[in-house]
Every structure is written in structure tokens, then in C-alpha cells.
Design a protein around this ligand. Sequence first.
Ligand code: DGJ
Length: 733
Amino acid sequence: MAIIVKDLVFTIHTQNSTYQMKVDNQNTLLHTYYGARSDETDFSYLIGFQDHGFCGNIPGTERERVYSLDYLLQEYSTAGNGDYRASALRAELGSGTCDCRLVYDSYQIREGKYSLDGLPAMFDSKESGAQTLEIVLKDAEEAFYVHLLYGVFEEQDIITRTVRLENRMDHAAVISRVMSLGIDFPTNDFELIHFYGKHMGERQAERSPMVHGSIDLRSTRGASSHQQNPFVILAEKMASERQGLCYGFSLLYSGGFHLQAEVDSFDQTRLVLGLDDEDFCWSLNPGESFAAPEAVMCCSRDGFSALSHAFHRAVMEHVIRSPWKKKRRPVLVNSWEAVYLDFNKEKILAIAKEAAEAGLDMLVLDDGWFGKRDSDACSLGDWFVNEEKVGGSLAQLSEEIHKMGLSFGLWVEPEMVSEDSELYRQHPQWAMTVPGRQPIRGREQLVLDMTRDDVIEYLYDRLSSIIDGAQIEYIKWDMNRSLAAGHSRLLPRERQGEVRHQFVLGVYRLLEKLISRYPDLLIEGCCGGGGRYDMGMLYYCPQIWCSDNTDAVERLRIQYGTSFAYPMSTISAHVSACPNHENGRVTPFKTRGICAMQGTFGYELDLSKLSKAEKQQVKEQTEFYKKHFALFQYGTYYRLNSPFENRDYTAWQYLDSEKKEAIVSVVFTDLRANPKTDILLLRGLKPGSRYRVWMDREEQGVYTAAALMQAGMRLPIPKENYDAYQFYLKEEV
Ligand code: DGJ
């Protein structure tokens, strides 16, 4: 049994972890333990009660002065009752002051995992045997209820969390902060790993000590953002890839988020994660409820690899719904870096012809096919085919491409509008601008008010008519700017604080309508590359364009960071031209191929302009990827070292579930005179087995698993700058 309740001590066991809460004699729900699997001991014996000074005492405990919410470990803290740490909830319940104090009300255990209306959430399957624990808290005075929901995936070591607020009062509650997850630890033995970045440089892993005070990571951009990812790891100081206690926390949400990791004066650690509260304000009327996005947690005592494997499995099995998750993804060529907005039918067909000859599966027509989009300053919103540019209808173009043996994909950016567009001229009020103010523009475009039903309907009609009008197997769903002021003309002044969240709910509504109508459509998420790379998007799209930076060497860091939370099959990666368009670096064609195979593989260059030798490499890379797609897409993934720590090379490994085959990729990132030989320790091989090893198809010999894992594999000396190698290992039978 995963959930055990005894004397109001709630213990949740997963295969390798235990999580515990307890209702104390003041009716407060305390958090007592989260860590490696233990038993049902009531861990509240660890809490010390003493008068700490300047710690307010709740009514009834004033005389002893030892009961203060300011230092007790709590399950869901609230602002305004003497706890000065980062709060999970800030609610004004009628007095004008945020002073909600939550006490225990009731609980329920249910078979199956809860779902959330209009929001992405992990789902269960028959085999997963997930359970739900719901603990209901209530304000000490008012009929305001907080339902804490826990989804328990025992086998996967995953616990999900969210809250549902319910107003049973006769007046409105005003919520200005609602976190999906709050967790307190009695110690401060941690470091924080987070994934920061920028456009063209997403998810850079940074490990830093915690500080007394608070580390704030957030996105206020209306998207989960390039700048911070809604995933962090809290790790014991000695934790590494192979060992140590660590926790992963992820928000399954694609809009702004806020994470605070705080160490208090008593060396205790608190972490809260949820909706961005910078300008969030939600009026909850009598009878209404509000569901926060879902957070996902995992605890590993075996280091980061095990943590990533748990997240990868959870996302593959219980987040991604698309039937594509189990199919080989098409090897595609995308037109963006090949021709940008400057194309005609001949150019596209020339690329398609080369793609077909090289054995690729799909051509994706990126930006530029609609309205009069010859520049990026116009036409967003005008989702009508520019037949003059495309040389006929989209149906004709797609048919010609299909005749070559390729499938066809198309780029869209539904959430945006250009002022120079028919749509804007007809419906200026559909743009998210504040009346009387000049809007903030990004890439010269405005954001559509996705909180409006008429906008969603328009986009749904346009997109379905495009998809119905031609044979389209794939859509790349882009978003090329951040929200500035979130304003909707349909909402009154006092409800504008809802807009950013309502915007995301609108995006989800539109995506849901489209995937219900086109369940087999492969949707690739994108936001100027990886500006919306989160588990929320993966609920709708099985893969995401990882970054607008296609340089193989910079991608090593971006893909490394992405791999901590997200399965490799979700990482869309392409071989592009050199000198690279983003940073001017020149890398060998082979290296670019190996780096792009770290994800869902494709090309993004004018194939017709390649040399004969390069065309041959395209053929060979495509063939190799297709042959080993199961390893690349679903193999167990190991980061063999870190591009942030090793200047000389970056290496990674895939292993199939039966440990019969592995691929190891190595990219050299520096050259040295009089070089030394590097040795790489492999991971996860079957003890007692022997593996035949090939380097770039050249046989190297047969080695035991123990030798390869304990002593290691010898790496070649790089022959040129950014040289790269791929090793294939097969178990000897
Ligand atoms: C940003 C994307 O990330 C690129 O791949 C490309 O689709 C452009 N937008 C098109 O405008």
C-alpha cells in the first residue's frame, strides 16, 4: 500500500522514497519527512519545540511560547500568521488582510490518479496502480477550504502535488499567491541545481550553495521561459550522477512560475513552487474553486542519473499522450535555416528532392507560407496560404512532396498577431494591449488575447481549415515573444490579475481542441527554440525544438541541461550549416550529426547545396539513426560527464532496456599538443556479459561489462577541432 494513514500520520511510500505529514495537537498539518524509503515511524519526534524569540505564537499557545509557525515544518504554509518564510498561500478572506490560517479538516484516499480540468496533469494507466490522497484543510475561522492533492506513482518513485481552493463563504476570497507545492526540510545540507539561460542558450545547469535567505527563480514572461526552467534539483552536497540523495521538483505548467528555495535562521530549508505571483490576483467568488497547476516530485538516493531516469519514465508513460511517443519520429528537414522567409516552390521542392534521396521522412515548411510574410514584421494571424509564394495551393505542394515519398509538416505561431495583418485591422481589440498605452512589442509583434473564446474559435477554425486543406502530418507550434503587460479587454479592472494564467489556460484549450480532432498529428512545441520547454507542453506535444542555437558545441550544454528532467525523445535537434548561423563556429559534419542524434533527429539546411561527400554523410547518418532509433528515443540515457566541467570532451550513453545494446557518443571540445589518452567509464551494462565494441563501424574488440564500467573504454585522440565518435556496443551471446 502506497498511502498509509494512522492516527492522522499520513505516510506515502514509493518504491524508494517515503513522504510523511502529521496533524499535530494544534490541528496544523506538519511536514515530517521526505527522503529515502523508511517505515511508518511518526517522524515528528525530530521536531524540537522551544522559544526562539520573535516567533509569534498561535492563539492558545502564547503562554508556553514554544509553538510557532515560524519554525515548524509545515505542509502548506500561509502568509499572515507569524510564519515569515516564503509562503505557499496568500489569501484574503474578507477582512482585507491576508491572514488565513489553515487547520486540518478531513482526508480521503482514492484509487487512481486525480485529473485537473483544463490543465495538464500526469495520468495513470491500469498497470501503474496510482492512488490519490486528498487532505482537506480549512481556514480556522472562515468556510475557505484548501484541498491538498497527492498523486502517488509508487513504482515510478513519483509523487505529484497540487491544491484546489474552494470558497464556501458568502463573500469573495482574493488569492494573490497559490503554490502547487510547499516542502520543508529540517536541515540545510543541500545545494540547488537549476537551469537558467537565454534565447539560444537555454537550460544551462548551475549548481550553487543555498543561502540563508531566499533564492528566487521565476518567469514573469507568460511562458515557462528560456531564462529559467520550472525544474530544479535539491541535492545533498556530495550528490553526483552515481550517488547521493537528491530531489527533483518540476511544475507541469507552461506559463510564468515562481520557485523559492529558502534557508531560515534555524538552518531549515523550505521550497515552494507554483504559479508566478508577480501580478497574480484571483477573485474566488462564493461557490467557486480554483485548481493550481500540478507539481511533480521525485526523491533519489542514488544520484542524478536515477533521478533523471525516474523523470524520463514518468514523462514518457504518464505525461505525453501523443501516439507518437512510441513511434519512430520522422527524420525531417526544416526549411528555416535553409531558406528563412525567402523561398518559392522550386527551392522547397529542391530541398525535398534531396531529402527523399537521402532517405529522410519529412519536409517541414517553416515560417513564411501565409499572408504576405516576406518579412517577420507582418502577417501573423493571417493564417491563409500565400499561393503566389507557395506556387499553388498548400494541398498541391504537400501532394508533390508526398509523391516524393516524404510526409509534410508546417510551422504556425497561433498566439501572435502582427499589427500589419488583416486580423489586426479587423480585430485590434483581440491583441493584448492596454487601452491608452503604447504596447511593448517583441519581434515587432503583439500577443493575442488567448483568454477570449472568440480568439480561440478563430484560431481553431483557421488551423483546422489549413490542416484539412492539405495533407499535413506535423505542426511546429511556435511563440516568439514574451508577454509584457497582461491585459484583456473583456475582463474588469479588478480581474486583470487573472490574465496571465487565463492566457495559458486558453493556449491549453486550443491545443486540446486540436489534438482531440487530430489525435495523430505530430505537434512539435517551440518558443523561439526552447522558451517553453516544460512538462505542461509535453502533455500536448511529444517533442520540442530545443533551442534556436543549432551550433553542435553549444547544443552540448543545452541538451545536457535539458536531459536532467526531459526524455531524450522530446529534444528536437537538427544538423545545420557551417559556419553556424548563430555563432559562426565551424564543426565537422559528422560532429553535427552526432550532436543532433542526442535528440529527435533532423536537418535544417539547404540539402541541395551540400557537397557530394556531405550528401553521403546525410544518407549514412539518417540510416544509422533510423536503425538505432529505439536506443536514441527510448534507451536509458546516461550523462557520462558534464560539458560544464570537462573542457576536453562531452560524452553520453544510451542503453536498451534489456542491456543488449548501447551507443556511446563522444564530442571533443578542445585540442591539445602532446595529448593524453582519455578513459571513459560506461554505465548500466549487464554484469557478467561481454560486449563487442565498434567505433564508427570499425570493430574494436570484445570487452566484459565489468571492464568497460570499472576500468573504462579508451577514447581516440581527436584528429581535428570538434572531432566526434560514436561507439556501438552489442552483447555477445
Ligand atoms: C523561431 C523558431 O525557433 C525557429 O526555428 C523558426 O521557426 C522561427 N521562429 C520562424 O520565425
